[in-house]
Design a protein around this ligand. Sequence first.
Ligand code: GLU
Length: 427
Amino acid sequence: MITVRFAPSPTGWLHLGSARTALFNWLAARHGGGRFLLRIEDTDRVRSDARFLEEILEDMKWLGLDWDGELVYQSRRFDIYREKAEGLVVAGKAHREGPAIIFKVEPGRTVEIEDMIHGKIIFQTENFKDQVLIKSDGSPAYNFSCVVDDSSQGVTHILRGDDHMTNTPKQALFYEALGLIPPKFGHMPLILGPDGAKLSKRHGGVSVREYKEEGFLPEALANYLILLGWTPPGGTEILDLAEATRLFEIKDMNDVQAKFDILKLKWMNGEYIMKKPAADLLPLLRDQFVRDGFDPARLGDGPLAGVLEAYRVRIKTLRELGELADFFFKDDYAVDEEAKAKYLGPAENRDNLREFAARLEKLESFSHDAIEAVCRDLAAERNLKAAGIIHPTRLAVSGKAKGAGLFEIMELLGRDISLARMKGAAL
Ligand code: GLU
């Protein structure tokens, strides 16, 4: 049975690269009916923080990942690492230097790693220094605790970033010295920013949290991240975790670096927004409004669903709905001043607006079709194109020159707000 693990260090938020690592290990386990374990590499007492761990776990759950068994905390296993290291001292493979324990690397050896993604990789021990197993403060070095835990947790396959490539031959030496069979290793090419450098803060958001806050759906982010390391057979790009689980094979993972393309991620997010039932999107939208400073209680579920349907095709993130449709949720919405001067400056336009409002006041039902009929009649009477009334009115009720259909917007806003804004603008 395949056993994999994800081993985050709780020293910061869940990075996109780490999230991708977690996703691939999870896929490998779920595809093979195996186990996906979680190990917390919190040996750095100063930089590790319980708050980061909580957030990492929360973000993993948000992405749709679950794990098997109890969490293993390295900070609780210092005695075990020391005992294993002492064993190597007794065997003559390591020595003490004060409280530290150091592993002697034999020079002149070749270490071969049969990498599941890159194929055979050969290292020469000449280039390795002797390796710290236990540091003088009593904490284990990453390479050593990693080997001790991977073997005691029965890990069979390790998928991790290329940044660990140079650690792997050292870990292989420890397996050998401890008389253990190493797991299979696969190193994933790093995610690059658009400029070809390793993805970092300077390219924009690098943590799962930032994308969540901007209004990306977890399904879309998970889908996008797995494409940065794997090409599904048949070239399908939109696939949820269940479908990916069915199709995934470690051997199909890419051995070339992938560029992070925010436009593609946004496109994909838009696709998921289009597909998701309104009932499932509404609670997410309300959370987004809270984050973005809108009053989430301003619209009930019915009208909010109406706004969503009017704008769904235009948005790529949930945040964008608030930006395009802010005038539904607040009175101090953004106003396009240039368009305002153009459409509401001329006295004639304001007069049309005043008349349109007066006629709408008498309307029995304030519906899309009825509003449209009034608009068209007025335009015909005054020898105008309907657009001559529509543009100033749109500006008046929404502050914008573009957006969803005007009559749709007005019906959703309701008579009171629409007329108050029209009258205000016609002054
Ligand atoms: N804690 C290490 C990291 O976050 C884990 C590396 C590994 O998977 O072995 O990079």
